[in-house]
Design a protein around this ligand. Structure first.
Ligand code: NAI
Length: 728
């Protein structure tokens, strides 16, 4: 017998004796509810039934049987939409909106009892209810994060938030940043109306609302409703209207993000028409985004690849999961202090060791400072903060490392010192403790030579500032065992970070690839291109940090030292060293002008009290060629993006990277590769003309700028076979 929509209903109807209907969102085929075809059919059928029962129904409560309330659009469907199937996708969205509109105009109170995450489509369903109550639970989140995937909320989210908050507040609070709110913040910002203490309380409060409001309708269906702050028809609003795109342009810095632009247009246009027409306007703006390349890139990188990485696609599969209970952090400097905080926050006991009790205490004080701010902002409580601090024990005595089942070393970047602290630590810690180094440049296999158990030794490369950076690059040395890799992976997940796994090689993956970007920008200065144009190219390509500003942050002497070491290693191995055009610029900046970067108060920029005040005028005087023809900005942007993407392909070819997802996620979360690309390899996939188009353009760049743009064999092979970069 064929399965009918009713058999597969994703919405369960539960009715009380006095005719309050609880609609339980519970997709039988998935662990989370999504807006798939079954849901759309179920919603239509459910609303038909509600309408037919309008006269004897008292009210409706929406809740879910899953851990989350509702997950939103089905991204597998959305990523597959093409211009040819756009009509179908548009119509599916409109069907949902028509049904939700019928729900909110039922004439009976409709309450959302939000028992977990209600993001995107989930919050849009809640917006179509007359009252929103959220459960006080750490996993409960509300908001419309579509913009972070290059999309816009197409289930009525733009239209309803604008009618609820007004254009400016809806854009600022909900739509443009895609902010996710916890229960308390959601209540304060007006995204929900009540907070419930537990699931029972949630349903009791929902029931109380139904009892108190026999008839209920949306504010925008009340006679005389006015959109807060007005519409373009009001002179006051119209006068400020041009400020909206101007603010957006400033924020994006010229980077190619179509979603914020469409959101802004949909928000403003939706105020000028009736609500049903507004839904059509919203759907058209979404359809344009969903068929475009940017949304596909962002869905791939920020959703599918991130999910693959977090769920352990690169973790040795058959080894049991282990948790760390006590970690020793060696070195309480900038990185060690941040790592100690991250571990203690996850409930792990931390022994924070430095050379003196004072230095160790300073490291712990860093956590106290972070917690002070978190308490002030209401992100944690004093009690939770104090408990976290109690878990960090500062010390200068290696014997206090007794009982640690993992060690993370973050002392100065000096191999002899690192060998020494590991020798000292391995005497004290548990006999099979995992041994991790946070080195940013030293080969893991070299550091492993200093310990008795190289199979338990591994790189854990955190990013600065540790409390804000989600990525950790795990580096597998020559002798690192599978078990150490699995344990390192589990530890990174335990502290809520995202672990990519790479093999040991100079610069690993992230530092190596970001180095290519910086070299390219610096080389442009050496070619006589105006430094302001170079910075503009980086901003317009979508990099969060401009390239010369970034170089100043990292300090010019550091890449020079790495360059010298690499050169020595290359020559010792019998290879030929080929200087990069950036080298001469860096050398002159350091040697001739004594401008090694921000920490010295002088670099590509000038500084006052540590703050950037402008590009150093000497750059134009000493490097810029006034007679040069104006730079081709598209080419400058592509040089930056291509040089990183091509090197990522080489990393894959050389086995430094073992998966495409790691490349994309690592580049997005670790080194600021522009989000609109979906990551270094997705950028290649999504380039105009696919891999053949990318290859042709790489050849053009190679002809003009040198062999660093030569397409690697792996790219050529894939282009010829009509393949893309993918793990599946
Ligand atoms: P830092 O200079 O802020 O801290 C190093 C700390 O190690 C100091 O507090 C020092 O007193 C301590 N130390 C020295 N000898 C010690 C010993 N025998 N026992 C215990 N502690 C000792 O350096 P930072 O920036 O925290 O870097 C530490 C490591 O992390 C380095 O290997 C660095 O390459 C790496 N790293 C740094 C990143 C950054 O952005 N700064 C990013 C990723 C990795």
């Amino acid at each position: 017998m064929a399965t009918t929509a009713a058999d597969r209903s994703t919405i369960r109807w539960e009715e009380s004796d006095d005719h309050v209907v609880t609609l339980v969102l519970d997709d039988p085929g998935q662990s989370a509810n999504t807006m798939n075809a079954a849901f759309i059919d179920s919603l239509d059928a459910t609303v038909d039934r509600l309408e037919s029962r309008r006269d004897d129904l008292k009210g409706v409560i929406l809740t879910s049987a899953k851990k989350s309330f509702f997950a939103g659009g089905d991204l597998r469907d959305l990523i597959a939409v093409t211009p040819a199937t756009a009509g179908r996708s548009f119509e599916a969205g409109m069907r949902i909106k028509r049904a939700l509109r019928r729900l909110e105009t039922l004439g009976r109170p409709v309450v959302a009892a939000v028992n977990g995450a209600a993001l995107g489509g989930g919050y849009e369903i809640a917006l179509a209810c007359h009252h929103r109550i959220v459960l006080d639970h750490p996993a409960a989140r509300v908001g419309l994060p579509e913009v972070t995937l290059g999309l816009l909320p197409g289930g009525g989210g733009v239209v309803r938030t604008v009618r609820m908050f007004g254009v400016v507040d809806a854009l600022r609070k909900v739509l443009m940043e895609g902010r996710q709110y916890g229960p308390a913040q959601a209540l304060e910002a007006g995204l929900v109306d009540e907070i419930a203490a537990d699931p029972q309380d949630l349903l009791a409060r929902a029931r109380a609302f139904v009892d108190a409001h026999p008839e209920s309708r949306q504010p925008w269906d009340e006679p005389g409703h006015r959109i807060p702050g007005g519409t373009p028809a009001h002179p006051g609003f119209a006068a400020n209207l041009p400020a909206l795109p101007a603010t957006l342009r400033k924020k994006l810095g010229g980077a190619p993000y179509p979603a914020p632009r469409n959101i802004l247009a949909a928000a403003v246009e939706s105020t000028q028409v009736d609500i049903d027409t507004a839904f059509v306007v919203e759907a058209r703006h979404l359809t344009e985004l969903v068929t475009g390349q940017t949304a596909k890139n962002m869905i791939q990188g920020f959703f599918f690849d991130l999910q693959a990485v977090d769920s352990g696609a690169n973790r040795p599969q058959d080894l049991p999961a282990r948790t760390v209970t006590k970690v020793g952090v060696l070195g309480a400097g900038m990185m060690g202090a941040g790592i100690a905080y991250a571990c203690a926050k996850a409930g792990i006991e931390v022994v924070l060791k430095d050379v003196s009790a004072e230095a160790a205490a300073r490291g712990k004080a860093y956590s106290a400072g972070l917690l002070e701010r978190a308490v002030a902002k209401g992100r944690t409580t004093r009690a939770r903060g104090d408990a976290l601090l109690d878990r960090i024990v500062p010390t200068a005595d290696a014997r206090d490392l007794a009982g640690c089942d993992a060690v993370i070393e973050a002392v100065f970047e000096d191999p002899a010192l690192k060998h020494r602290v590991f020798r000292e630590a391995q005497e004290a810690v548990a006999p099979d403790a995992l041994l991790c180094s946070n080195t940013s440049t030293l080969p893991i296999s070299l550091l492993a030579e200093g310990v008795d158990r190289p199979k338990d030794f591994i790189g854990l490369h955190f990013f600065s500032p540790v409390d804000r950076m989600r990525l950790v690059e795990i580096i597998r040395g020559r002798e690192t065992g599978d078990e150490a890799l699995a344990r390192a992976f589990d530890l990174v997940r335990q502290i809520g970070r995202t672990p990519i796994v790479v093999n040991d090689s100079r610069g690993f993956f992230t530092s190596r690839v970001i180095g290519r970007f910086i070299d390219e920008g610096v080389a442009m200065v050496g070619e006589g291109i105006d430094p302001a144009t170079v910075e503009q190219a980086a901003a317009q390509a979508g990099y969060p940090a401009k390239v010369l500003a970034l170089m100043d942050e990292l300090t010019l002497t550091l890449p020079r030292r790495i360059r010298e070491e690499t050169r020595r290693a290359t020559e010792e191995a019998g290879g030929t060293w080929r200087p990069h055009p950036a080298d001469a610029v860096v050398d002159r900046m350091i040697d001739a002008f004594d401008r090694p970067g921000r920490s010295a108060g002088a670099g590509f920029y000038t500084y006052q009290d540590g703050r950037r005040t402008g590009l150093w005028p000497g750059l134009r005087e000493h490097f810029t060629d006034p007679a040069a023809r104006p730079a081709d900005l598209t080419e400058l942007k592509e040089r930056m993006l291509f040089v990183e993407a091509l090197d990522a392909v080489r990393c894959l070819e050389e086995g430094v990277l073992v998966s495409v997802a790691d490349a994309n996620v690592g580049s997005l979360l670790g080194i600021g590769f522009p989000a609109w690309t979906g990551g270094v390899l997705q950028y290649v996939n999504g380039y105009d003309g696919g891999l053949p188009g990318f290859t042709a353009r790489a050849r053009e760049l190679a002809a003009r700028h040198g062999e660093r743009f030569d397409p690697p064999a792996l790219l050529l092979r894939k282009a010829e076979r009509g393949e893309v970069f993918t793990d599946s």
